[in-house]
Design a protein around this ligand. Structure first.
Ligand SMILES: CSC[C@H]1O[C@@H](n2cnc3c(O)ncnc32)[C@H](O)[C@@H]1O
Ligand SMILES: [Zn+2]
Length: 438
């Protein structure tokens, strides 16, 4: 079989012929299980080739991993901009989210998956509501996701009970899907929206189920100041006391960590997700202390945050924002060079979500992105990492494979029109319902 056959529905082994990796032109062989079986010399012989993808003039890179987002917030893109975080959440976002339906989350997640696939992302870490519907969307789109129900109890015991039930129910549901691409995590929103009892329950449940924890941490100075005033502890120490800092925890933002907290995160094996676009847009007034986290040996990965504070899900743009913000904020042009930004968006993200090594190596899942080497952003091509981080955006991505299955080829994703229409209609209906109620 060749590219002329239906590449999206075909099953079997795949040969990516003549792609560029580290300046060399190589074949990549993928077996029927979606695992990389060979790279370079002798790769063709490692499989009985069913499907051939022409890799010429394509840079092969590992699929990108978005370690912090709220996918269905794609429906809120451009709904409320240019505000302070607390005002943005309390005056605009939360009142609209109060009217969300399962259908909204389904269409919002479909739109987000489409956008992620079109910009080279193969896996994401999500926290939101109606996550059974998010799982349905992820299942259909063929991407990987770790889905957490956003647990907010506001220290109200009845609300805590409801959040516990919702978290347990999602865990049961994801288990019942038995889809290796879709996992669940516990999602305590933050130390300012979840009680100590709630945080302790989340930690216990994650331990009992052997699943991860997804939490916002130290996003603003106010979060730290209020936490110290109310508990005598900084947010990271508080999460640690409740058992929420584990090797399977992804802590998003981490802007206002001090040096000791960076060491604590590293000691506990926590992954820290940098979200530079969101942090700059909401003007949280401090960049994640990447240098302290790196020095301490923490796993630092990369996320976009939701589409209302970014306002897109393009991890290529996020790599550039990360590299530039770190240099600017910490006054060091050598901080976070391009190669490290690529590692953050690939191997570090894959480690955070446990989706494999996040590298193009034999034995790794075939989560592979082919980038146009002839695009303007890749001309000239001195250093691939430099172009990928500083010159390209997701539009240069041509083909995306997840576990060896082709999700996009030559920039075509099956069903794109229907997704755009469905998501636009869901967004109109959501805003209409909210207006009617106000
Ligand atoms: C409980 S589900 C997630 C919850 O978080 C809100 N959210 C989106 N972006 C941010 C952010 O940057 N900081 C804090 N909370 C955020 C989202 O709207 C949902 O309500
Ligand atoms: Zn967030």
């Amino acid at each position: 079989m060749t590219e002329s056959d239906d590449i999206f529905t075909a099953r079997g082994s795949v040969l990516i012929a003549g792609a560029i990796i580290d300046g060399s032109t190589v074949d990549i062989a993928i077996d029927e299980t979606g695992t990389i079986a060979g790279i370079g010399e002798g790769a063709r012989e490692a499989i009985d080739v069913d499907i051939i993808i022409d890799g010429s003039e394509r840079l092969a890179v590992p699929g990108l991993v978005n370690t912090h987002t709220h996918a269905a917030m794609s429906l809120l893109r451009g709904y409320a901009d240019d505000m302070l975080l607390q005002d943005w959440l309390s005056q605009k976002i939360w009142p609209l989210e109060a009217h969300l339906s399962g259908d909204d989350v389904y269409w919002g997640t479909k739109l987000a998956c489409l956008e992620m696939i079109k910009s080279g992302t193969v896996a994401f870490n999500d926290m939101y509501f109606f996550m059974d519907r998010a799982a349905e969307a992820v299942d259909e789109m063929g991407i990987r996701a770790t889905l957490a129900y956003g647990f907010i109890d506001l220290s109200i015991p009845e609300k805590r009970e409801a959040e516990i039930k919702a978290t347990e129910s999602l865990a049961r549901h994801i288990q019942s899907l038995d889809n290796p691409r879709i996992r669940t995590a516990v999602g305590p929103h933050s130390v300012y929206t979840v009680s100590l009892e709630g945080l302790r329950w989340c930690a216990e449940f994650a331990k009992e189920q052997g699943i991860g924890i997804h939490v916002h941490l130290a996003e603003t100075e106010k979060e730290v100041v209020d936490c110290v005033a109310q508990t005598g502890k900084r947010p990271a120490a508080l999460l640690d006391e409740c058992g929420c800092l584990t090797p399977r925890t992804v802590a998003a933002h981490c802007c206002w960590l001090d040096e000791a907290e960076c060491r604590l995160l590293a000691e506990r094996g926590v992954s820290a997700s940098h979200n530079p676009a969101s942090n700059m847009k909401l003007a949280v007034n401090r960049a994640m202390p990447y240098h302290w986290l790196k020095q301490a040996g923490a796993n630092v990965c990369l996320g976009t945050d939701g589409c209302s504070s970014n306002n897109n899900l393009d991890m290529f743009e996020e790599m550039k924002f990360a590299a530039l913000l770190q240099k600017f904020a910490w006054n060091s042009p050598t901080l976070l060079p391009a190669g490290e930004a690529v590692t953050m968006a690939t191997a570090a993200g894959a480690r955070a979500l446990g989706t494999g090594p996040g590298t193009l190596t034999v034995g790794a899942p075939a989560d592979i992105v082919l980038v146009d080497a002839r695009a303007v952003c890749n001309t000239p091509l001195y250093h691939a990492d430099s172009n990928l981080v500083y010159a390209c955006n997701g539009d240069a991505v041509m083909t995306v494979l997840c576990q060896g299955r082709v999700l996009m080829h030559e920039r075509t994703v099956p069903g794109e029109e229907e997704i755009l229409e469905g998501a636009a209609a869901a967004a109109r209906s959501l805003v209409g319902r909210a207006r009617q109620a106000s």
